[in-house]
Design a binder for this molecule. Structure first.
Ligand code: DX5
Ligand code: ZN
Length: 225
């Protein structure tokens, strides 16, 4: 698995043809599936049944991003649906440590997401429980929003915490990631990049995956792949 990973989001793909849409991004590292419940965010997408069907339709691993209330109850179903990584929002979780452990115990990578205004410092001691930390670079809910540069210092602080503890925790960014913004995310210390509209509005989505990967590598200051 390469160190810098590109994870296209299918949020802005054609929902009536998701199997075919995922087949257009064969060189991606993961497929990012945005689960929204109309409560945690003002938008509604799909649930575990749909995600399970998608998992059956592709060899790429699925990266579920749960923008839902009560992830403590619902997240395990996404491991059972076949996701290789499951991300819950700390703002919605009642018991993030218990939930991360449950996700790992069921066999997926456990990941926790922070909205743009949620600080990372209170969660320093939780980092060993996490395989990935998702730092949202837009307010969650919709694709196609403008990248929030104000999150860059938090990415730097998160990278410093991960390195200070000698952890392997991946740092994912999600929202407004494009050829224009990915280099500064990587420079700040992110190593996993979600890109929705940048990939699916491209004429050749798979080629865009490669271009994003190359652009990220230009900014990355960490160990080489
Ligand atoms: C937004 C979602 C993102 C979204 C990103 O709440 O979590 O994954 O699909 O879309 P872009 O890359 O267009 O900002
Ligand atoms: Zn997402």
């Amino acid at each position: 698995m390469p160190h810098l990973q590109i994870t296209p989001s299918i949020l802005n793909a054609d929902f009536a043809a998701l199997g075919a849409e995922v087949a257009r991004i064969g060189s991606a590292d993961w497929v990012h599936v945005d689960v929204m419940d109309n409560h945690f965010v003002p938008n509604l997408t799909f649930g575990a049944t749909m995600v399970e069907a998608l998992a059956r339709s592709t060899d790429l691993p699925l990266d579920a991003h749960l923008m839902i209330e009560d992830p403590d109850s619902h997240a395990p179903a996404y491991v059972e649906a076949g996701c290789g990584s499951v991300t819950f929002h700390v703002e919605a979780a009642r018991a993030p440590v218990r939930l991360a452990r449950e996700i790992r115990a069921k066999g997926a990578r456990a990941s926790m997401a922070l909205r743009p205004a949620t600080p990372v410092e209170p969660y320093e001691d939780l980092l060993p429980e996490l395989d990935m930390l998702l730092l949202m670079t837009v307010e969650p809910g919709f694709g196609g929003q403008k990248f929030l540069d104000l999150v860059l210092p938090k990415i730097r602080r998160a990278r410093a915490l991960v390195d200070k503890h000698g952890l392997e925790t991946w740092i994912q960014v999600d929202g407004g990631v494009s050829l224009e913004t990915i280099e500064r995310c990587a420079e700040a210390g992110a190593d996993v990049f979600v890109a929705g509209s940048a990939v699916y509005s491209a004429d050749d989505p798979d080629r865009m995956v490669g271009e994003l990967r190359a652009r990220a590598a230009k900014g990355w200051r960490g160990p080489a792949d």
